[in-house]
Design a protein around this ligand. Sequence first.
Ligand code: ADP
Length: 616
Amino acid sequence: MENSQTQQFEFKAEMKQLLHLIIHSLYTHPEIFIRELISNGSDALNKLRFHKLTDSNILSPDLPLSIHIRIDKDAATFSLEDSGIGMTKDELVANIGTIASSGTVSFLEQLKQTPNMDLGQLIGHFGVGFYSVFMVTDEVMIETRHYATDSQGYKWVSRGEDSFTIEEIEREQRGTTISFKLKDEFKQFAEEYAVRNAINKFSNFVDFPIYINDVEVNRVSAIWHKKKEDITDEELNEFYKFISNDYQNPLEHLVLNIEGNINFKAILFIPTTAPTALFRDVSEKSLQLYVNRVFIQDDAKELLPDYLRFVKGVVDCEDLPLNVSREFTQNSPLMQKIKSILVSKILQWLEDIATKSNELYLQIYKNFSSLLKTGINSDYANTSKVTELLRFETSKTNANECVSLKEYSLRMKGDQKDIYYIFGAARELLSNNPNLEYFKKNEIEVLFLTDPVDVFCIPYIHEYDGKHIVSIDKADIQIDEKNADNTINSDSNNTSIISIFKDILGDKVEDVIISKRLVTSPVTLVVGKSGMDPQMEKVMTLLNKDFQASKRILEINPTHPLLQNLERIAKENPKDERLSNAVYQLFESAMLIEGQIKDPNEFVQRMVFFMTDATK
Ligand code: ADP
């Protein structure tokens, strides 16, 4: 029976549809109602905190700012009480009874008239959060009293269908209590563990104490809202472990407080260990998104490009609306703006670490460079910044010692125009690669690229500081004639040795030419002008069975004794079996060095042939 003071109000027509929508889009995450209620409570408390600054006419001024959740497992009841701003009758009708006429708008109007206040921080969350409670209950009661001393208490009751009722009540203290009985299938939310879980997940950093049946449960406060200098390392470590589920302390952290067109706070961490795989592990989380201390997303992929996802942390933005859907964050220009600020801050951070301690930077680099490098050809706006962060072993460094492209450039000799690199599986293999001979002899430094990811990234750098970045496996690299070894032979000699090779190898090679880069080895293979890098081709063959590798150019070293012997044999008897066997063997040996040998059987047979001959 309604008492005589009870007034009935009809919900607007769209309401039913909207409720239906909310309940059905949220059903996989019923615990969201806890987040929404806490968020509203925290919002009401934030507003009260603000009013206290300017208004002395406040009901129960000494009442602490807190949120009390009361649950009764047996009765399956849930209630949440805040000591915040409360609502007048009109506000109850306008805010809770009508969609999209959120009190936020009028609150903002009021705020605008008060200069020197932190507007952003008090911007409420618009949306429809409150109605998510109808997912877990059939009937909701709100008891509230506005913070003004002359206010009156009201009770709002609705089954979330067509209407709600409002009646006057006796209520001593300001604030709002929302209570309901849980539907059978959601009874677990009357149990402490479920409520605690939801708080841990969504609201642990709300900076008002939250109690469950009078026990305080959220000890971790929103540390990113503290002043940078007030945050201790211990707090940061604990916080990092909490959000990342890592058991180790982070290697580095960065506290950001961005103010301007967009306002956000962030705490970022670099973990001590690398993720297990290059490809994203489903359980791996990068940045958590909060809006004004209220948890929004666990892994806000829109906040960071993939190549920086090794960075962990939280971002709390005051200017974003609290919104239950991911759609908003996916399409929001604000998110784009935050992302671009974060990217430039993180790249600068890494640069600063490198300047501060090479050792620390290399530790980070070793763990995350494979990811970081993919930024070269995915984030074109920042390619040059990422390039500055690269480190390489080279033909002149010791193992595990690395240089940046800047250092490499500074070490370049006067007449060196390009930056050289060579790909390969390991340092040892690269050091003995015949293509390196010319560079070793002339003391030209060559970058050793041994990370498989390099194949996909480094060629995209094109140039650094006006210098081209060139693979020494390519045929068209500029080798200074005067430093080369093999041009001393007369042209006629060269022509005949070249035609011996060409006749025997036929279309197995694109061309046979005299090498300028060989010093001690007899032959080597290089890639034609239009060819891909050999390592890249290898990857392509793995990815695509039908991939046709380009033909190689065979470079030969006519000063090598073996080639001179072959030339002699050719003159004596062009049909000599040793001749074709040796040419094939040399070609395939070079293929072997590239790791591309197709038929080891023939290779071994020819070897047996030569050993037999040699041991006659
Ligand atoms: P949102 O919080 O996204 O604006 P809700 O549907 O959750 O949407 O709430 C609508 C409005 O109702 C809020 O903007 C606020 O003005 C008011 N409100 C909700 N809960 C409370 C509360 N605990 N105390 C005071 N006002 C509240």
